[in-house]
Design a protein around this ligand. Structure first.
Ligand code: MSP
Length: 556
């Protein structure tokens, strides 16, 4: 029976104080590939990404450009939407935290937590990192010599009257939950990190900041401009006003975390809660693995199944940073994504590199041009592309382009089918991001095309074809190859939707729709033997032309 239950996957919502870069694109791309796979598998998928707009730094960056915060947020939110659409991300919604549908619900959640006394008014003194808009514990602050662990900028000692969330009240329940549900924080190294920190007592967390110029504590002061749709922000302020106390605004992090719930908190979408996967990177693990689940407990909501926290992309061996000015930005991404004839690798190949070589595990991954070329040539040009052209050429040459019949299948022939089936199982097992090596799930299709190559080398159909008496055997071999490639193309289509739609078309198969759904569930489609003898197999141009070493590096 096909599992058609709801599957809700989210990405972080990104700050709009700057333009998107490869890091943001990566997280949304991984979520896209998982969402496409799950839709193909028959699940009722909801895939959410969006932007986090009420940060104080939006006000400062806007002011530097003589814009109002909302004007600046509008511009950058549009950049994120454009980038994700360009990379063919199939998100079902794009939430902006300045939208009424979000801000109204945030006020309702906060009100509920005030009513239950999970949020209270108190005083706070602590080390504040203005560059990250977060407070650090005394221990962390000391460890980093009272400088931001992320940007190295000086921390500020701040005293504030604030609203606090009783995080401490939920600590034990959370620790037990994480201990009992190993899949709830992934990968394992991250889970251990969280459990380690949960052994120390937790402090309650501030959920508000002063609402404007008066408090003196807010970098947002004097930011100017109204917030458009921000539901309650007024005058010089930016952010959602605390219900019942307009001298405070909801702290940006708390506002942001609620997006996961607010977006699906409608009668039509409530079936999607709890989320199956919150995909994030390690920089924001604490908020997602600790603060968020505790707030959900306080609200009486079920907890997300998995917080998957990947590592970072670095570039040519070096950390990407503003000071180095080496972010892999959108113009460069677009250059890599240009069609081959225009000097690029194409969008599919870019997606492939990010998805299969990215930092899904506990270590960082390098975006290095030479490595890109190596992977492109190995997996795509010499891999699936070459296998597809060899097989279609032989079918054209020996069988007039019509898929031959498999008969008298030997053990060697059958082994290819078995390999394909185990790759399908692997893809299924890893697509939920609860397995230690999810990237090998994305790679399952290329493992099939490699197996096709080995099988051709072993059986040498081009040699056999020299004697007409062997044509039945040659037919069997080529059927096995074409069938394996059909399955490979289906498995690779969440990663490379356009190129694999092309390949499926050449194999006489229907492509999935633009969200990755096929007419039948993946498990059925991937059953060995569904390719009909007699199907027209089209040769076509090279899917992925080989990249020679002397081709220039794509640049904007
Ligand atoms: N607005 C908060 C998140 C709120 S979620 C309720 C935020 N925004 S962010 O714009 O800084 O995005 C951080 C996220 O971007 C990371 O968690 C990760 O998903 C992605 N990445 C940013 N830089 C990255 C790399 N260098 N490599 C991989 N992903 C990175 O934090």
């Amino acid at each position: 029976m096909t599992d058609s239950s709801p599957f809700y996957i989210t990405t972080p919502i990104y700050y709009v104080n700057d333009k998107p870069h490869v890091g943001h694109c990566y997280t949304t791309l991984v979520a896209d590939a998982v969402a496409r796979f799950m839709r193909a598998a028959g699940r009722d998928v909801f895939f959410l990404t969006g932007t986090d707009e009420h940060a104080e730094k939006v006000v400062t960056s806007a002011a530097e450009r003589s814009l109002t915060p909302i004007q600046w947020a509008d511009r950058n939110a549009a950049e994120f939407q454009k980038a994700f659409a360009f990379l063919q991300c199939s998100n079902d919604d794009f939430i902006r935290t300045t939208e009424d549908r979000h801000t109204q619900r945030v006020r309702d959640y906060i009100q509920q937590l005030l009513d239950s006394d999970d949020i209270y008014l108190g005083e706070y003194e602590g080390w504040y990192d203005p560059s990250q808009e977060e407070y650090l514990t005394e221990t962390t602050a000391r460890e980093h010599d009272y400088k931001s662990p992320v940007t190295g900028r000086e921390l500020i000692k701040r005293t504030e009257k604030n609203y606090f969330f009783r995080l401490s009240k939920y600590q034990d329940r959370l620790r037990k939950h994480i201990e009992q549900h190993p899949e709830c924080v992934q990968p394992e190294a991250r889970r251990n990190e969280v459990l380690g920190r949960l052994r120390e007592p937790l402090q309650d967390v501030p959920v508000s900041r002063g609402s404007g110029d008066a408090s003196g504590s807010s970098g947002a002061s004097g930011g100017g401009g109204t917030s458009g749709g921000s539901g309650g922000a007024s005058g010089g302020g930016w952010g959602i006003l605390m219900p019942g106390d307009e001298s405070h605004r909801v702290y940006v992090w708390i506002d942001a975390l609620f997006n996961y719930l607010s977006t699906v908190d409608t009668p039509e979408r409530q079936r999607y809660w709890p989320a199956q996967v919150h995909l994030i990177a390690k920089d924001i693990l604490w908020f997602h693995a600790v603060i968020w689940p505790c707030m959900l407990m306080a609200l009486g909501k079920p907890l997300p199944a998995t917080v998957y926290s990947h590592s970072f992309w670095i570039r040519e061996g070096r950390k990407m940073s503003k000071s180095l000015g080496n972010f892999l930005d959108l113009p460069t991404i677009e250059a890599y994504c240009r069609p081959f004839a225009d000097g690029g690798f194409g969008i599919d190949a870019f997606r492939w590199y990010l998805l299969t070589q990215g930092p899904l595990g506990a270590t960082d991954a390098d975006f290095a041009h030479d490595k890109f070329v190596e992977v492109y040539n190995a997996d795509l040009a010499n891999g699936i592309g070459n296998a597809a052209s060899r097989v279609s050429n032989m079918i054209a040459k020996y069988f007039e382009g019509l898929c031959p019949v498999a008969q008298g299948v030997s053990d060697v022939d059958a082994a290819l089918g078995k390999t394909a089936q185990s790759c399908v199982e692997r893809a299924f097992e890893r697509a939920t991001l609860t397995h230690a090596d999810p990237a090998s799930g994305f790679r399952a299709g290329v493992d099939i095309s490699n197996a096709v190559d080995e099988y051709i080398a072993l059986t040498a159909p081009f040699k056999l074809a020299k004697d007409p008496a062997n044509m039945q055997t040659v037919g069997t071999i080529l059927y096995q190859c074409a069938e394996a490639l059909r399955i490979a193309a289906i498995l690779m289509s969440p990663a490379m939707p356009s190129a694999m739609a092309d390949l499926l078309g050449r194999l006489g198969q229907d492509a999935p729709d633009d969200k990755g759904r096929f007419a039948e569930p993946l498990e059925e489609l991937c059953k060995w033997g569904r390719l009909q003898a007699g199907t027209r197999i089209v040769k076509g141009e090279a899917l992925f032309p080989r990249w020679d070493a002397d081709r220039p590096v794509p640049t904007p």
